[in-house]
Write a new protein. Structure first.
Length: 229
């Protein structure tokens, strides 16, 4: 079963195909260098605010967000700095690969404030989560889940768009979901339709904006399972 791609290449989503094409051309010319190394900005929600466009232009995570994600990874496994880089790279399917110049200052700061400890292994340092760092994680679990969710979302979306751009067919699973992303076509189409509807009402008057906001918040509550009977 093949999924249609056309809705991805209309409006604001056309930039993804162009950006991926330019990245592919740059990789061939420059030995496969991945974009995004060394960028250090506050991230936008993957489908809101600056949108995915911000990711392509290098807008990713602020320093405190990177520190929180590093603590989240250290909670699972004590790691060397390069292992933390690889973990973030793997989580985002290669799209977010912070440079050593970003990772090591963040780790030094976490050590200085007592959130992480360091074990020397020859000339290498292995970082481990400390009790104050775990307490910080406990106070920021929801935020950490959102940050990791952004990474996983952009990885799935870039894979979807990569195959769409190259013309590779999408294989459907037993429930009609795309096997690579887990997304069903109905969800993708509904999200695109919502964005387009909001764009069309961008000049709504204050009263209409509040009506739209109420509709969206009801949808948020239902999606999150918080809707009250």
């Amino acid at each position: 079963m093949h999924f249609p791609f056309h809705h991805f290449f209309s409006g604001r989503h056309a930039w993804v195909g162009r950006a991926m094409h330019h990245r592919a051309m740059a990789g061939r010319a420059g030995g496969g260098h991945r974009g995004g190394h060394g960028h250090h900005d506050h991230g936008d929600d993957a489908d809101g605010g600056g949108g995915d466009r911000g990711w392509v232009r290098g807008r990713k995570f602020g320093g405190d967000e990177l520190q929180l994600m590093l603590l989240g990874i250290l909670e699972q496994n004590p790691s060397h700095g390069y292992e933390l880089i690889k973990a973030l790279d793997a989580m985002s399917s290669g799209y977010y690969t912070p440079s050593p110049g970003m990772i090591y200052p963040a780790l030094t700061y976490l050590e200085e404030i007592g959130y992480a400890t360091v074990e020397l292994e020859g000339s290498k340092k292995r970082y481990r989560l400390a009790d104050p760092g775990r307490a910080h994680l406990d106070a920021n679990r929801e935020r950490l889940a959102l940050l990791f969710g952004k990474l996983k979302h952009i990885a799935r979306k870039m894979e979807w768009m990569r195959r769409a751009w190259t013309g590779q067919p999408m294989e459907a699973g037993p429930n009609g979901e795309d096997v690579a992303t887990g997304w069903v076509p109905e969800l993708v189409q509904a999200r695109q339709a919502l964005k387009q509807a909001l764009f069309r009402r961008d000049d709504a008057d204050p009263a209409e904006q509040r009506r739209i906001a109420a509709i969206l918040m009801r949808a948020v509550n239902e999606i999150c399972g918080d809707a009250k009977a």
